[in-house]
Ligand binder design. Sequence first.
Ligand code: ZN
Length: 87
Amino acid sequence: MFSRSNNRSNSKTQGARIKELPKACHYCVNNKVVVDYKDSATLRKFVSSYMKIAPRRRSGLCAKHQRQVAGAIKRARQASLMPFIPK
Ligand SMILES: [Zn+2]
């Protein structure tokens, strides 16, 4: 897979990953909060500046809530509550 001569870029990505590790799922920590497509203020946290849905390594969500958030963001876009593209 990775050759030894390529370890400069390898160590860069590993360093970035270690920094991002200590995160808990936003929805698992706050038990009462449910994923809601109408709550665009919360969903805004899980999109990038280009309005793309953040991957799990960035959002820090568990698999279950990442799926629910991705669906909610897509629903919110259709309902014009969130933009597809940045202004
Ligand atoms: Zn969760």
